[in-house]
Structures are given as structure tokens and as C-alpha cells.
Ligand binder design. Structure first.
Ligand code: VTB
Length: 345
């Protein structure tokens, strides 16, 4: 899978990031998202594969592109089927977020990325459009921290696993009213909190690398993006746990509109019989081969954002693969004009 798709999926996230970055700072998050979706889909449809979107643009609103269940890739096109040898056909499931952190992009803030995860058919959990309580931590703390434990207990465990004082730990939390108690608890326990306005996928992935000065992600974000984070962290053997939040009493805004009972019914209709189950990274991204790819739209801790110049753009991407056990940072100069010479700027 990696050999045939590795470079292709880098281009998929690169194209989405370039498209979104053209709208960086323009204040229009929907447009920044729309162009990323369009660019991602267009590039995906040039890949020799049969792909199925399992996490995409909205489960409930009728998204026209990259909606859940859409088939992408040359071998899914009506006129492309003849081109694909059934014996060589690559069937994969895809989770996408073409512009993760749309607000960050729209307001020119750091941390927005074009991201996706792929695996063989059935290898990614098709998370419903609800919230997810998340706990991400470095590989050294894998299986030792636990989402069932309090933040205070987890910080003690983290400090032991990472061999540093609690006051030397940094926990990323999204700045939301629902996290006020959590933030207070982390601070009272002695750790430091890095508040972000959006973009918890980037924060989770930062936990997989040492040297980022981010030691955990705690709190509630969107469930679909939780699967993409889990895919990346699973490839690095880092810690990720997620629990669906479907009760409007816990999160009143955004993704949860209906009643708790209605939401449970919806989960049951999706074959989620235990709505309170705590999923590990390995359950959310259970495929034998899993690949995560992300490209910076605006600058982040791990990747720079897209930089434009006359006749081109430069991007930084990250591809993490469970197959080759690699995390590759890819720095690309895109020569969109007539290249007189490769311009590395
Ligand atoms: C966003 C976004 C995150 O969760 O906040 C969203 O920035 C949902 O939370 O990166 P709100 O409804 O409270 O804004 C993420 O998309 C991903 O988890």
C-alpha cells in the first residue's frame, strides 16, 4: 500500500493545503474548507485505486464532495474501471479533513493542516459526527495514562514516564467553556496548559514526537478527527484513547443537537452498541497497514505552512506509516509557473 500510494497521498494533502492557503487570512472559513475539499478530491481521483471515504465532509449535511461513502480514485470512476486490473486493484478506506482548523486558516493563525488517514478496507473506525473525549500522550506513557483516571493522576503518571517534574509538563487543551474545570485541575496539579482555539489533530500528533514541548492533549474535540489523530499515533506507538460524547448535557454546542436518547438511537443504527466504549488508537485505526499524511496550511510546530512565490509554492508535509515504521517530513517546491530554475526559497 505504501509503495503504491505513498507519494500520491503526499500530493493529495499538498494540493489541499495549497488551495486553502490561498484563502489564508481572508476571514472565510467555509471557502477555505471548500477549496481544500475540491483540490483534495481532484487529486485523489487521479490515483490508481478504489478508495472509499469513511470519514469526510459531514455525515448529516448533504456534502457534495468527499461525503461519507463517496468512492474516489481512478478505479471508482465510471470510465476508469476498464483501466484497472481487478487482480491489482487496491481497495482502501480513507478518512479526510481537508482543512483541519478552518478558523485558524481563515484568521491566519498557526496550526491548520490538510490531513488524511488511509488503511485497507475496514481499517478505520467510521466515527459518527459527535464529539470525542480524547487523551493523547507520548509513546513512553502508552497504556499507562488512562482516560478513566483524573487529569491529576495522569499528570503524575506522565511525570514518571517522561522522567520530569509535573511543572515541566505542557498539556494542550482547546479553549472552550466545557474545559474550564479540566484546565483548573491541570493548573492546580502543577502542570502548564497550552490553550488552543482550534486544531486538536496537530496537538495530538505533537505528543508522538519528543522535542515538541507538548506532553499531552486532554479534552473534548470532534470525533471524526479523533480517528485521524489515532491513526497517526498508532503508527508511532504513542498513546491515544477516545470516548464518544453524545449527551447534549456534556457539550451543548455544535455537533450535538438532538436529545441523548435520539443520539443513542443514531449510534445503534450505526452498529455502535456500546456508546460509552473507550477506544484505543489500535481500535480506531485497526488496519494492518495505516498511513497518516498531513500538510501544513499555516505554520505549526512540526511543519511550516504554505509559502507562495512567483511561479510556485513550497510546502511541508508529514507522512507516518505503520508499514515501513517511518515518519517522513517532506519539503516540496511546487513549480506552477514555467520553471526557469528550481527556486528554493
Ligand atoms: C473544532 C476544531 C478541532 O474539533 O473545535 C472541533 O478546531 C469541534 O469543537 O480541531 P467545537 O465544536 O467546540 O468548536 C476539531 O475539529 C477536531 O477535533
Amino acid at each position: 500500500m505504501e509503495n503504491s500510494l505513498g507519494l500520491e497521498i503526499i500530493e493529495v494533502v499538498e494540493q489541499a493545503a495549497i488551495a486553502s492557503a490561498r484563502l489564508m487570512g481572508k476571514g472565510d472559513k467555509n471557502e477555505a474548507d471548500r477549496v481544500a475539499v475540491e483540490a483534495m478530491r481532484e487529486r485523489m481521483n487521479k490515483i490508481y485505486m478504489r478508495g472509499r471515504i469513511v470519514i469526510g465532509e459531514g455525515e448529516r449535511d448533504d456534502a457534495p464532495m468527499l461525503y461519507i461513502g463517496e468512492e474516489v480514485g481512478i478505479c471508482s470512476q465510471p470510465n476508469g474501471k476498464d483501466l484497472c486490473n481487478p487482480d491489482e486493484l487496491i481497495e482502501i478506506d480513507i478518512a479526510v479533513d481537508p482543512c483541519e482548523g478552518t478558523n485558524l486558516c481563515a484568521y491566519g493563525q498557526p496550526g491548520s493542516m490538510a490531513v488524511l488517514a488511509i488503511s485497507e478496507k475496514g481499517g478505520l473506525f467510521a466515527a459518527p459526527d459527535f464529539y470525542m473525549k480524547k487523551l493523547a500522550a507520548p509513546p513512553a506513557a502508552k497504556g499507562k495514562v488512562d482516560i478513566n483516571k483524573s487529569a491529576t493522576e495522569n499528570l503524575k503518571i506522565l511525570s514518571e514516564c517522561l522522567d520530569r517534574g509535573i511543572d515541566e509538563l505542557v498539556v494542550v487543551v482547546m479553549k472552550r467553556e466545557r474545559h474550564n474545570d479540566l484546565i483548573k485541575e491541570i493548573r492546580d496539579a502543577g502542570a502548564r496548559v497550552a490553550l488552543i482555539s482550534d486544531g486538536d489533530v496537530g496537538a495530538a500528533i505533537n505528543c508522538g514526537f519528543s522535542g515538541t514541548n507538548i506532553h499531552a492533549l486532554m479534552g473534548i474535540g470532534a470525533a471524526p478527527e479523533g480517528v485521524i489523530s489515532a491513526a497517526a499515533l498508532r503508527c508511532m506507538d504513542a498513546h491515544f484513547q477516545g470516548q464518544l460524547i453524545y449527551d447534549p448535557a456534556v457539550v451543548k454546542t455544535g455537533l450535538i443537537g438532538e436529545s441523548k436518547e435520539k443520539n443513542i438511537e443514531r449510534l445503534l443504527s450505526m452498529n455502535i452498541t456500546d456508546p460509552d466504549k473507550i477506544y484505543t488508537a489500535e481500535e480506531l485505526a485497526c488496519g494492518e497497514n495505516v498511513i497518516f499524511a498531513g500538510c501544513g496550511i499555516t505554520a505549526g510546530n512540526l511543519m511550516n505552512g504554505v509559502r507562495f512565490f512567483k511561479g510556485g509554492a513550497r510546502t511541508e508535509s508529514l507522512v507516518i506509516s505503520s508499514q515501513s515504521k517511518t515518519a517522513r517530513f517532506v519539503d516540496t517546491v511546487h513549480m506552477t509557473g514555467k520553471p526557469k530554475a528550481v527556486q528554493v526559497r
